[in-house]
Design a protein around this ligand. Structure first.
Ligand code: LMR
Length: 398
């Protein structure tokens, strides 16, 4: 008898499982709008110029592959923190942010969850309804009781800010609130500055613990603009967790390069927090890998390279906006006039409003892959696949 006899077959991952199914699909007209990956107008993941240049420099330097410290590549840690909290951030100057390099944004969330579990095991964690599927999974798997707060109102296709604030007001003190700093995944609807102020106020009043996830910095309005919300939380004097990622903004998906930042009251506290977070890392994967961190540090640390990165990121963001407009235009040409909202959403995703059945029909009958909840990655659209996608949406809406 096998010890694995009773192991059940798990369902495919709601997002990564789509890529597996897409790869197995033999239709040449297939389009993967499932995973959040930026593709250029040729349908390829771009190798950004700044990344290529930095890789050349690293290859020429031919350094040995030493271990990194538990918290990561020091220059990377410093520069990633400055990018997220902005130049001149008082919290950075006061050295009260504990930052560790992480395995992508997911790794930052998981290390953060592990650390919170040492402080408040079994606490309640609230995620937006809807949210990135892995938010719930990460926190539930770490032993938290995961609930939701209202976020998106499907009927009006807009943000339900009153519902959100009411649900946070009803949350118990010490509950962790996971928020999307920008480019909400999956809906593409973000809070306005005034709405953020309302949310920050209720978080402060109810003594909740905010955990901001910022995987798409630069894809909303711009690097500084998207990051501005972080400073609002810092200015409110709240304890704060921030998970960030360079997967999307540097096109470094496979390098798994992100960071976890924990804003503390003072330098002493940050030192103690960092020492505990390092234990979470050491007992999990020991220390992170170098290559992605060295690339990001090299680019962010060189003014010309950094400017080149921001220029290319601007182009990526603008291309997505163009594709949103082209999609709306194409749908209108087929007589679909109630999907203009796609052009108002921010980031890589569009919450299409299509039903589960329609999304499954898109996949089955047309080889167009999006999530069952109706999320489509518009960053994967281009002039060559647009018409296929438009026609397929029109067909399943009939
Ligand atoms: C997504 O939401 O598609 C991305 O963040 C990729 C992932 O890991 O799910």
């Amino acid at each position: 008898m096998s010890v694995f006899e009773h192991v059940e077959l798990a369902p495919a991952d709601p997002i990564l499982g789509l890529t597996e199914a897409f790869k197995a699909d033999e239709r040449t007209s297939k389009v993967n709008l499932g995973i959040g990956v930026y593709l250029d107008d040729q349908g390829r993941i771009p190798l950004m110029e700044c990344v290529r240049a930095e890789e050349d420099r690293l290859a020429a330097a031919a350094k040995p592959h030493v271990y990194l410290g538990i918290d990561g590549f020091p220059e990377y840690v410093r520069l990633a923190r400055e990018l997220v909290f902005g130049p001149g951030s008082p919290a950075v100057a006061e050295k009260r942010i504990a930052t560790v390099q992480s395995l992508g944004g997911t790794g930052a969330l998981k290390v953060g969850a592990d650390f919170i579990a040492t402080l408040a095991p079994g606490a309640t964690v609230l995620v937006s309804d809807p949210s990135w599927e892995n938010h719930r999974a990460i926190f539930a798997r770490t032993g938290f009781n995961v609930g939701t707060y209202r976020y998106y109102d499907a009927a009006s296709r807009s943000l339900d800010i009153d519902g959100m604030v009411a649900d946070l007001e009803a949350a118990g003190p010490g509950s962790v609130v996971v928020l999307h700093a920008c480019c909400h995944n999956p809906t593409g609807y973000d809070l306005t500055p005034d709405q953020w102020d309302r949310v920050i106020q209720v978080i402060a009043d109810r003594a909740l613990i905010p955990f901001l996830d910022m995987a798409y910095q630069g894809f909303g309005t711009g690097v500084a603009e998207d990051g501005a919300v972080i400073s609002r939380f810092v200015a409110a004097g709240l304890p704060l967790f921030v998970s960030t990622s360079f997967s999307k903004s540097f096109g470094l998906y496979g390098e798994r390069i992100g960071a976890l930042h924990i804003v503390c009251q003072d330098e002493q506290e940050a030192r103690r927090v960092l020492s505990q977070v390092k234990i979470c890392i050491r007992t999990n994967y020991s220390n992170p890998s170098t290559h992605g961190a060295a690339i990001v540090a090299g680019v962010l640390g060189d003014p010309a390279q950094r400017a080149s990165w921001e220029r290319e990121l601007d182009q990526m963001r603008n291309r997505i906006k163009q594709m949103r407009a082209r999609l709306v235009e194409g749908l209108r040409a087929t007589g679909i006039e109630d999907m203009d909202f796609i052009a108002q959403q921010a980031g890589m995703f569009s919450y299409s409003g299509l039903s589960r059945d329609q999304m499954l029909a898109l996949r089955r009958e047309h080889g167009i892959y999006g999530t069952e909840k109706g999320r489509m990655c518009v960053a994967a659209l281009n002039e060559a696949n647009l018409e296929t996608v438009v026609k397929a949406i029109a067909a399943v809406r009939q």
